[in-house]
Design a protein around this ligand. Structure first.
Ligand code: SF4
Ligand code: SF4
Length: 206
């Protein structure tokens, strides 16, 4: 689809994505593709292309990029950053891009399932507690090596953990996710891979 016919064209997309000014050198991207060539996710999923994502952000391809399933594939290993000849911090770019997608109602399915773990960490200092069988097994193993049966998180540690959640804005995000999930406002995406790039099937029909 020609760029000029796109419905959501945003010349300030880069500034909106990089709201915390964590990737101020994105416009220095050489489009060399070393990030993609060294990305383990791209090796498994040919449709995932960091170089293309950088290009689309700079081009202002807002509609396509925010709805993309692909932006949820990155696992933040930073291999792309390690090899980038101009030190573009792609993982931080991706983090901010996901924020923007979430604010626009996309990708919630990737985040809402883990919200309960965030609440557990916030209130109890532990993200995961196994069922009774698992607890019994852990207690047995710990007793076997001579440490206390169950790792207790101190009240001080829980309070400090909670303060970090509050001060970083994580609690606001958790509550916002609750509200959006309750309303069922997630926007569906439908993208496929064609001719070396992501295609939004609503537009690219020919
Ligand atoms: S490795 Fe760096 S310069 Fe090369 S395409 Fe990726 S982001 Fe751009
Ligand atoms: S941080 Fe993401 S894009 Fe970069 S190499 Fe790792 S998986 Fe690929």
């Amino acid at each position: 689809m020609p760029r000029e016919n796109m419905t959501e064209w945003d010349n300030e997309l880069y500034q909106k994505v990089d709201r915390y000014n964590l990737v101020p050198n994105l416009e220095q991207c050489l489009q060399c593709g070393k990030c993609t060539g060294n990305c383990p996710v791209a090796a498994m999923h040919p449709s995932y292309n960091p170089r293309q994502i950088v290009h689309d952000i700079l081009a202002g391809d807002s509609d396509r990029i925010l709805q993309s399933e692909e932006i949820w594939r990155c696992m933040w290993c930073a291999n792309c950053y390690r090899v980038c000849p101009v030190d573009i911090h792609y993982p931080l770019l991706m983090m901010q891009l996901r924020y923007l997608a979430l604010e626009n109602g996309y990708g919630l399915k990737y985040v809402t399932p883990i919200n309960k773990y965030a609440y557990r960490a916030f209130t109890g200092g532990l993200t995961f507690i196994p069922g009774q069988r698992g607890v019994d097994k852990i207690k047995g193993l710990r007793e076997g090596i001579g440490v206390e049966p169950w790792p207790k998180v101190s009240e001080k540690a829980i309070a400090e953990y909670g303060a970090i959640f509050e001060q970083t804005g994580a609690v606001d995000w958790m509550k916002a996710l609750d509200e959006v999930q309750a309303k069922g406002e997630e926007k569906p995406v439908k993208l496929s891979f064609m001719g070396g790039r992501l295609i939004d099937e609503r537009y690219d029909t020919e």
